[in-house]
Design a protein. Sequence first.
Length: 439
Amino acid sequence: MTDTYDDAPGFTVSGNDWEDVVNAVAERAAADPGDERIIVNMGPQHPSTHGVLRLILEIEGETVTEARCGIGYLHTGIEKNLEYRNWAQGVTFVTRMDYLSSFFNETAYCMAVEKLLGITDDVPDRANAIRVILMELNRISSHMVALATGGMELGAVTTMFLGFGAREKILDLFESITGLRMNHAFIRPGGVVADLPQDAPAKITEVLDALPAEIGEVEALLSENYIWKARTQGVGYLDLTGCMALGITGPVLRSTGLPYDLRKSAPYCGYEKYDFEVITDTTCDAYGRYLVRIEEMKQSIRIIRQALDALEPGPVMVADRKLAWPADLAVGPDGLGNSPEHIAEIMGVSMESLIHHFKLVTEGMRVPAGQTYVSIESPRGELGVHVVSDGGTRPYRVHFRDPSFTNLQAVAAMCEGGLIADVITAVASIDPVMGGVDR
């Protein structure tokens, strides 16, 4: 079936008709040898991405002459929904945006709320250490998915099994700590929902002890693999000038040699206390981004061990009862809930505590009017959140600067002039998660 595209014939491929299209293009080329352009819709599906992305490619032969991204197929309206929920409820929404980096979404949002409340320095050290542990474990699991899916798209199926196998152990850890494998809503304004279970440090250490060997398996399979290097070296090239022009951050930026990492450049959650290196490479291509992610996982292990050592006994939520949901939870016949001591206090001892509890649950805390921007280093780059408050119990406006959305701008620069087969490599090396793009 044909239609027109910029006054030239176009072909709509509906499946099982590629031979007809080839014949029609051949006839067209015979009539006009100078016109061999084909417009291909790659998607909307999963072309090496974690979500639904449409790539509109203009090709001449196997060479991509123009590449554009079509997004919006996973749109959830999360940012708008936040305006209709109280500040604490907002965490259950933002955790679902970049669903491979849930803890980063939660931390950025809560840090912005804490900044508006003026309680950033009041967040307990133990809560910050727990946030760091969870985020760095999340970084490892996210990078494992990037390597697993990217490898699978290029034919390295064994990489998929290795990556998802290692990630599975981390998700089991998350489940033992938060009750969920993904979309945790565990980090709250003022701290975290509850303290770590007593056996959590031992379980985390056990996983950390096993991870270096699992990362090493991926390295042994890919790093010097002739086919992997042939498919990734020099592919998806984007230098420092291109990254700066497009606002690209994360491993894509660090593969150009610039050691920009917000954990070092603008520390938060106590990252200034930890000893680790910002990993860079100078190849500016998909292979360099692979190497950066491998080494970043090793640095995350290093950070988590230090954070575990820094865990001192203490509270995990700010002390102000007008702001803090109770974090002294206990497992009872109805599952996880408020501890018997807290229930006894609000029901039989302190009328003031009962009032605070009632208002927090039914109405939510009030955040002073104002606006702020907070950014952190997610697995994909700078994750920023702009929060506006009108002084009420609900956000007036929340907008996220998601690195996947920004980094997708690089698709055209990476792909145009290259082969259509290399588009998959380039997109996989960006590691976009469409839940964060479409939010």
